[in-house]
Design a protein around this ligand. Structure first.
Ligand code: PLP
Length: 446
């Protein structure tokens, strides 16, 4: 079934798609082909998705690669913790105390008695922080989008989402069984075109966007989107997964930063990133809550967060409130790394947030580049289909307030060397030129 050697570098999900298009649909045949594909990539040392850390996520950790048997001390760039709170002693103590007091699990869903005083406190704090009447907790960010977007729209409502939206948004929209369309990524013109076309045909339109896009690191033009509400009277749903805790004067997110919270009807975020736990929430007017609690299957039929998770979130929210310097440090490091990568000559697309993508569309180069990075003690995962389109592969560097400038510089050094070797940057650029700028100079310049 494999036609040539470059096909053997394709992602496993892309191989499945190709097989389907060739008329192969038996799961036995597809499983066998994917198993062989993984073997080929593992044997060549090019399969990065099965690597794991010896002692959990941190900025630096021993990473094991089962396919090559290597065990390398690495700087980690693939974790979304952003503020480093997963290693914060106060947060860890609070989680430990909660487990001692409330036990390890809740054993059932929210509507069936699976809520504790800790869970209720989390919901109240989240609603207050993001500036909405109510917030409810789901067990993950994924199932928040899945549940809310499948439950909310009625038969004569319409869903319109950005084409780069996270899979949980698209799955929720599809699960709703309602009519939907997408608009070009971050294109106000295309969004307006679609609104003009569909507005009169439906009772309500829900526009769904992310504040920062997880694969590209670019921010949504939220102010412009909000201004379209005056003409087209739609509901706006913003997924703040990659901005909650990072932006805004209180860390409430990008809607707070832009001062548009009141114009956003639904604010969603995961709690697995800046707040270093797990879970998700939707915050909105109180009148929407019973509809979601009684119609979102992932709320009704899924066990609630563990007390340890809930206590971690509460402690992380305390840290957000008490230490705004965490956000400042993160943004300064983001500016520093970004500016140096640009001066080395890398293509960072339109990214701005602490997600820094390096685009390497050639699948072979992407995998080889990442293999060599790993050997140099830099751990980033190759981002391939289905997370991005087949010809838009990239490496993603996710900054954390706990990354040191020394770790950033070591990473930049390796990237500059390999970037030149793989022809990803202009050969003129010396890998030493950019090192002459000090972190403080970059942070001040940004
Ligand atoms: C934009 C966005 N929404 C939702 C999710 C799902 O969150 P979780 O992984 O916490 O379930 C993610 C996860 O990466 C995400 O990037």
């Amino acid at each position: 079934m494999q036609s040539n050697s470059s096909d053997s570098l394709n992602s496993l999900a892309l191989l499945k798609k190709q097989l389907n298009s060739q008329g192969v649909h038996s799961f036995e045949a597809i499983a066998e082909a994917l198993y062989q594909q993984k073997q080929r990539q593992s044997q060549a040392g090019l399969y990065s998705q099965d690597r794991f850390t010896q002692t959990g996520s941190d900025c630096e950790a021993v990473v094991i690669s089962p396919s090559t048997g290597e065990s390398v001390n690495c700087i980690l760039w693939c974790i979304n913790h952003y503020l480093g709170l997963n290693r914060n002693p106060r947060v860890i103590d609070r989680a430990r105390e909660a487990i001692a007091q409330f036990g390890t699990g809740c054993g059932t869903s929210a509507l069936s008695g699976g809520m504790s005083a800790l869970h209720k406190a989390v919901e109240a704090r989240l609603a207050q922080l993001v500036g909405k009447e109510r917030a409810i907790l789901f067990p993950t960010g994924y199932t928040t989008n899945l549940g809310v977007l499948s439950a909310l729209p009625g038969k004569h409502d319409f869903l319109l989402f950005d084409r780069e939206a996270h899979a949980s948004i698209i799955d929720g929209v599809k699960l709703s069984g309602r009519k939907f369309s997408s608009f070009r990524h971050n294109s106000i013109d295309d969004l307006e075109r679609k609104l003009r076309r569909y507005r009169e045909q439906y009772d309500n339109i829900i526009v769904i966007v992310e504040s920062a896009y997880s694969m590209s690191g670019d921010l949504a033009p939220l102010k412009e989107i909000v201004s379209l509400k005056q003409t087209y009277d739609f509901h706006l749903y913003v997924d703040e997964a990659h901005t909650f805790g990072l932006y805004g004067k209180d860390g409430a997110g990008y809607c707070q930063e832009l001062g548009i919270t009141d114009s956003v009807d639904f604010i969603m975020s995961t709690l697995s990133k800046a707040t270093a736990s797990i879970g998700g929430f939707i915050a909105c007017k109180a009148k929407y809550i019973p509809l979601l609690e009684w119609c979102a299957n992932s709320f009704i039929f899924q066990a609630s967060l563990t007390p340890g998770d809930a206590a971690t979130i509460l402690a992380a929210l305390d840290e957000l409130a008490d230490r705004p310097s965490l956000r400042t440090q993160l943004h300064a490091k983001n500016a520093y790394m970004r500016q140096k990568l640009l001066s080395i000559g890398f293509n960072l697309g339109n990214s701005q947030s602490p997600i820094v993508p390096i685009f390497i569309p050639d699948p072979e180069k992407l995998l080889q580049f990442n293999k060599e990075l790993f050997e140099r003690g830099i751990f980033s995962v190759s981002i391939v289909y289905p997370a991005v389109k087949p010809a838009e592969g990239r490496l993603r560097f996710i900054l954390n307030a706990s990354h040191t400038y020394e770790q950033i510089d070591r990473t930049l050094d390796a990237l500059a060397h390999l970037g030149k070797k793989y022809g990803l940057i202009s050969p003129k650029t010396s890998s030493r030129e950019w090192l002459s700028l000090a972190p403080s100079q970059i942070a001040l310049a940004s």
